[in-house]
Structure formats: C-alpha cells, structure tokens
Design a protein around this ligand. Structure first.
Ligand code: SF4
Ligand code: SF4
Length: 81
C-alpha cells in the first residue's frame, strides 16, 4: 500500500462521464477502466498526489486524501493506530 495517499472513488456519483476524465488526466496512470465502464484504482503507488482527478471530476466523485491527514483525523477521534 502507498502509505502517503488514499484515493476514494464514489461509484454512486460516478456516471461515468463520457471522457473518463480521471483516467485521461492522471499523470501517474493510477486508474484503469473496470468492466462496468467506471474507473478503478490499479496503481496507487504511482499517485503523485497532484489532485487533478479530484478537481476535474464533474461529479465530485473522487477524493484524494493524504494519509497524514487521515492519521491526524484518527488521532483527533482518539483512535490508536
Ligand atoms: S471523472 Fe468522475 S465521473 Fe468521470 S469517470 Fe472519473 S470518477 Fe467518474
Ligand atoms: S491525485 Fe493526481 S496522480 Fe493521484 S490519482 Fe489523482 S490525478 Fe492521478
């Protein structure tokens, strides 16, 4: 697992869009098209954390979360990791 970043796809929001913008725009080739025509994360290790997918998705279906932030959230909630 890439310890630096988590990419979350919300399949209820993803149409998918005609252009499959996230697959097209990602500089790391992180996504591939699944059999349902929606994107899947295939290579999280190549994510540069650029945030382009999150910014460009017309359905706001992608979240890029730095795991440092996630750990801070858990600490805030008092959960030991
Ligand atoms: S850019 Fe958004 S709506 Fe388009 S395929 Fe990717 S996740 Fe789905
Ligand atoms: S943050 Fe950038 S490198 Fe990572 S999945 Fe999104 S577009 Fe690709």
């Amino acid at each position: 697992m890439n310890r630096k970043v988590t990419v979350i796809l919300n399949y209820e929001k993803c149409l998918p869009c005609n252009e499959l913008i996230c697959i097209d725009i990602c500089p790391g080739g992180v996504f591939k098209m699944g059999i349902d025509g929606k994107p899947q994360v295939q290579d999280i290790f190549s994510c540069t954390e650029c945030g382009a997918c999150e910014r460009m998705c017309p359905e706001n279906a992608i979240k890029v979360i730095k795991n440092d932030d996630l750990e801070n959230d858990f600490k805030f909630l008092g959960v030991e990791s």
